[in-house]
Structures are given as C-alpha cells and as structure tokens.
Design a protein around this ligand. Structure first.
Ligand code: G6P
Ligand code: MG
Length: 215
C-alpha cells in the first residue's frame, strides 16, 4: 500500500534538464571543455559544485582553478541557468504531472520534493504548484548527494511515511540508484538514456495511473 510520493524536480516535473545542459555547455565551452549530451547524462541529479568538478575532470582542467574561482564558475553557470528559467511558467509542467499531483492531493497522499537543486522552491513557485508539496528537502542540509539515499530518506521522514511505503520518481541514473538504496519503489521517467535499475520505467506521467499505483 503506497502512502507517500517523492518527486525529483528537473526532468520529472518540469523540463529544466535541457536548461541545465545549455547553461553547463556554455560555461564548459568558455573554459575550453567539450561538452555533449552523452556526458551531460552523468550530471543529472548531481549538485552544482559536484557537477563542475566532474566537468573539470572530464576536460582535464581539475588543477587549474582555485576554490574561489570554482565558486565563481558555479555562480556563472547558475546565472546562465536563471536567465533561461526567466520565462518558465505553468505551461512548462511536463505532461500528466498536474493531474497526477491533483489526484494525490484529493486522496490525501503526501507529496515531497527531493531534488539536488537549490532553485527548487523558486521553480515550484513559478509553476504555481508549490501548494501540492508538503515538504521540500533542502539539499544544502545533506551530508551526501545522489546516488546516496540520504535525500530520499529525509523526504520520507519529512512526510512521515516509511520508505518502503513510498514511491519515488526520477529521471537520473544517480537518482534511481539513491531510490534503490533507500528501499523506495523507483519509477524512472525516461528521456535520453535507459534507466535499467528502475522498478518501472515510463516516458511520462500520462502512462501512469495513480489508482493502480496506490493499490
Ligand atoms: C538537479 C539537476 C542537476 C543540477 C542540480 C543542482 O539535480 O538534475 O542537473 O545540477 O539539480 O541544481 P541547481 O539548480 O542547484 O544548480
Ligand atoms: Mg532530475
């Protein structure tokens, strides 16, 4: 019996995964690092600063920048990202998501957000769906990011539902791994590559029926 729902944000609720890609690509190219969609897959679900470290390693530039310079690079990427986000509105909610969270609310099933993004509260507000989530995990309060299960265990705690009675929704390899380790049933929202460790995989929420899921 499912008693709680935990959602990743980027690439699950809203199509911001493409904006993260464009912002990182712009920054990477400025510091002469090649960046393609295949490499970008390994950054999904990973925090801003960890993503930058991975990009620098990928481009063999890991020893060039000081900690302060890296902070500035991460800020610059976030500025590019926020610029792309400026036009975002409820029309950008991915297909089927709004119906799904509306039904969850009618059934009194608590919903939480477990995203590595520090921009999650702003985005939910712009999409006008913040009132559907009773908890948003603060990613800066975590010891470890995805694929560590901490973020999903914290979300389950915040909605007061044991992990094995929750269902989680993820579009990233790291996020599915985190759900697996947290003992949470993992539904993969597949965009680019496959998500082989998901318990179930769909292309969008339109393929999901909340009534069968809650049984
Ligand atoms: C999500 C995205 C990542 C992004 C991370 C941090 O997990 O999948 O691509 O890097 O959040 O986002 P932020 O908005 O804090 O830079
Ligand atoms: Mg995601």
């Amino acid at each position: 019996m499912v008693k709680g729902l935990i959602f990743d944000l980027d690439g699950v609720i809203v199509d911001t995964a493409g904006y993260h890609y464009l912002a990182w690509k712009k920054l990477a190219n400025e510091i002469e690092i090649d960046f393609d969609e295949k490499f970008n897959e390994s950054l999904k679900g990973i925090s801003r600063i960890e993503s930058l470290d991975k990009i620098l390693i990928h481009g063999h530039r890991q020893n060039i920048f000081s900690t302060d310079e890296k902070m500035l690079l991460a800020e610059r990427k976030n500025d590019y990202y926020l610029n792309l986000l400026s036009e975002i509105s409820p029309k950008d909610i991915l297909p089927g998501v709004l119906d799904f969270i509306q039904q969850a609310k009618e059934y009194n099933i608590p919903c939480a957000i477990a995203s590595a993004s520090q921009n999650a509260p702003t985005i939910l507000n712009k999409l006008d769906i913040d009132n559907y989530f009773i908890a948003i995990v603060d990613p800066t309060s975590l010891k470890k990011g995805k694929p560590d299960p901490e973020i999903f265990l914290r979300a389950a705690e915040l909605i007061d539902v044991p992990p094995h009675l929750c269902v989680g929704f993820e579009d990233s390899i790291a996020g599915i791994q985190a759900l697996n380790q947290a003992g949470i049933y993992a539904i993969g929202i597949v965009a680019e590559g496959p998500l082989p460790n998901a318990d179930k995989a769909v292309h969008s929420f339109t393929e999901l029926d909340i009534n069968s899921l809650l049984k």
